[in-house]
Design a binder for this molecule. Sequence first.
Ligand code: LLP
Length: 460
Amino acid sequence: WAGGVARNDAGELTIEGLTVSELQREYGTPLFVLSETDFRARARSFSDAFNDAFADICGGVDVYYAGKSFLCTSVVRWVEEEGLRLDTASGGELAVAARAGIPGADVALHGNNKSDGEIHRALDMQLGRIVVDSLDELERVAAIAANRGDTAKVMLRLTPGVHAHTHEFIATAHEDQKFGLSMAPDSTDQAGLSAAEEAVAAAIGHESIELLGLHCHIGSQIFEPDGFALAAEKLLDFLAAMQVKYSIVLPELDLGGGYGIAYTAVDSPRPAAEIAQAMAAVVRSKCAALGISAPRISIEPGRAIVGSTTFTLYEVGTLKTVRVDAPGSEAGGVGNDVTYPRRYVSVDGGMSDNPRPVLYDADYSAILASRSSDAAPQLSRVVGKHCESGDIVVRDVYLPEDVAAGDLLAVPGTGAYCWALSSNYNYLARPGVVAVSDGSARLIVRGETEEDLLNRDMGV
Ligand code: LLP
């Protein structure tokens, strides 16, 4: 839950003293309710944890908030005010950054297929770093910058062969994925160089490129520090080798994002300070062993900053209960861990405002928000209103058995990759985002209207 969430004496859920029914009256549902206070606090504490851990190694850490998780003008302003930088992944995200007025020097651009237009925009905005993803792109960035008489500040994204997911990570020597430059020796290269090394050699050969350093990102929703630590070691080995072989200094190393959050009670991510300390210990000892001075470290957390700051507010509509002993009913259906009776609680949104359950089998929880209830808990499945049986918001959750149409449900942990991944499936309007701070609410992204939905249809 976001900070500042509580129940008032009447049993209604409040955020910083504002009741959910007030929020619904003012802004409608579905609605993303984001605590600005919490966002700022998480941004600061994440940044503090890493800065403390790395202070004696490289003077601190540059924290780039990963805008892909949730981005709008207000968020860019908060990020900047809290001393963080911004990671973007498209021209559209750069446009938001530009509109918010963040200095280009504090912005990074990612992407495995940047268009020439996006590269020009990055150079126009004098971005602090363009994270180059392939040899092909390196040449394009070099040529575009040279034509403009510019210098592009470049990080090279490498794939260290470490893949992490929540509790486990796997390390492989070879890479078969669309992102990044492989560190494995390339048998088709005459000198047997890896794509990563070819890119270093090519980058330092271009006058229009200023090679700042190396980058990697090993995955998302990761709980344990081991994968980050292993990737850091691999990149430091490579960085040291390149510095000797090519007589260069690579002053920066970005270890990406991916820090996990708790979506349900079974998730227990490590505190940021613990992860930061573990990563710092590895960087410290590896640099000492290699006899190099540590590069400036940066990271790119998205979910860990915004994920838990937000809940989605839905209104309950249709209810139905499926009983396995009902005449003609069949056990099974969508989701195999079927327990009966199962009550289906339909809400006024669904996979269009949160596709993560459909895409990743992601688990969420839900609570009755508009009132408290002493009714017995009943196993429920919260579903959306889309024309797909997989349109599930919360697979299994106990809700009071008196939940009825018109009640409000709150689903926590929807700050990251929900609004960002939202769609207009079935011509549903995308919900707005309201930010709450100091006991007042402010719309930071307005919800779509039917007019918005019809606007781009040429009507011919
Ligand atoms: N840096 C890079 C290069 C990335 O690709 C990503 C996420 C991040 C940073 C931020 O990762 P975070 O700290 O937020 O985990 N849609 C998926 C997640 C996709 C992540 C893509 N890249 C989901 O909803 O789980």
